[in-house]
Design a protein around this ligand. Structure first.
Ligand SMILES: NC(=O)c1ccc[n+]([C@@H]2O[C@H](COP(=O)([O-])OP(=O)(O)OC[C@H]3O[C@@H](n4cnc5c(N)ncnc54)[C@H](OP(=O)(O)O)[C@@H]3O)[C@@H](O)[C@H]2O)c1
Length: 271
């Protein structure tokens, strides 16, 4: 079993950082190994620090084995002077900052050598995230295993061979939960247009998306195409809807355009 890093500092315990910290503690990271630096910790983080006994905002910290950066990308510059002293040449810097390249990070962390740039997504908060990551050439085999462990406890994990692929990952799984929620909203709006009351419309839409996601998870050996066909009798109501959804200018081309727009914006933000 891969060991956890002996010392880990998390900088930024907001939505994503906080969710990961919770996952690490539940997954077996010793509280004594964890330090969190967060100027405005949530009540949950404060009470977790008290009950589990990890360090929250200590006055001084030496460079750890792993420094996880989870501040907003726009906060990186203001945080840089503080975090620069936390990364030496032995530290693995693990960044989840959207749009911040390894070159950007090295410019702010002059001592850092090994950097992993990762893109998780919000279902990590319930241990069901998907993360893909790229490692700089200096990342050692042990540091790779730490990364796999730290993201593995909050969901599925994939390595990328090319840093540029992060922008495509951002467009698919990073932003993807928003697409699924937008689909739920659209389904509820369509239900209202068909005359159903608002509350029932939303309940049907939510239940359908939740149940279909769970079915797809449990039937992981069955492709989504087969699961779709299983609901679609020839000439029936579902087939009539799919003729619209999968017709000219339908879901496939819409999704392709949406993902291309997300990737273009991610590239633009990386500068
Ligand atoms: N949410 C997503 O879907 C998602 C997906 C993939 C990647 N990410 C990446 O995850 C990162 C965090 O996103 P988030 O949604 O978790 O944001 P968030 O909830 O705003 O969390 C960021 C946290 O960092 C804190 N912070 C700011 N400056 C700091 C400093 N100098 N030292 C320590 N902590 C500091 C913030 O405190 P204040 O509130 O006081 O500023 C905040 O609590 C972003 O870089 C984003 O690109 C997010």
């Amino acid at each position: 079993m891969t060991q956890w890093p002996m010392r880990l500092i998390l900088v930024g315990a907001g939505k994503m950082g906080g969710a990961m910290a919770l996952g690490w503690l539940e997954g077996g990271l010793a509280p004594s190994s964890l330090t969190i630096l967060e100027p405005n910790p949530s009540n949950e983080i404060v009470s977790l620090a008290a009950s589990r006994g990890f360090a929250l905002n200590p006055r001084k910290s030496a460079p750890p084995d792993v420094l996880v950066l989870a501040v907003k990308p726009q906060s990186l510059d203001s945080a840089a002077s503080k975090i620069a002293t936390l990364a030496d040449k032995r530290t693995l810097v693990l960044s989840i900052l959207a749009g911040k390249t390894i070159v950007n990070l090295k410019a702010r962390l002059p001592e850092a050598r090994a950097i992993v740039r990762a893109m998780p997504n919000t279902p990590a908060a319930i241990g069901r995230g998907v993360t893909a990551a790229f490692a700089s050439p200096e990342v050692t085999a042990e540091q790779r295993r730490w990364s796999e462990r730290l993201f593995g406890v909050v969901g599925a994990f994939h390595w990328l061979d090319d840093e540029g692929a992060i922008d495509a990952v951002t467009a698919i799984s990073g932003s993807g939960p928003a697409y699924v929620f937008a689909l739920t909203e659209a389904l509820a709006a369509a239900a209202e247009k068909l005359g159903l009351p608002a509350e029932l419309a939303m309940s049907l839409a939510r239940g359908t998306v939740e149940g279909s996601g769970e079915l797809m998870r449990r039937e992981s050996a069955t492709s989504p195409a087969t699961l779709r066909q299983n609901v679609t009798s020839p000439g029936g109501a579902t087939a009539a809807a799919l003729a619209v959804l999968q017709g000219e200018g339908g879901l496939d081309s819409l999704m392709e355009r949406a993902a291309a727009a997300a990737r273009a914006r991610a590239v633009e933000m990386a500068g």
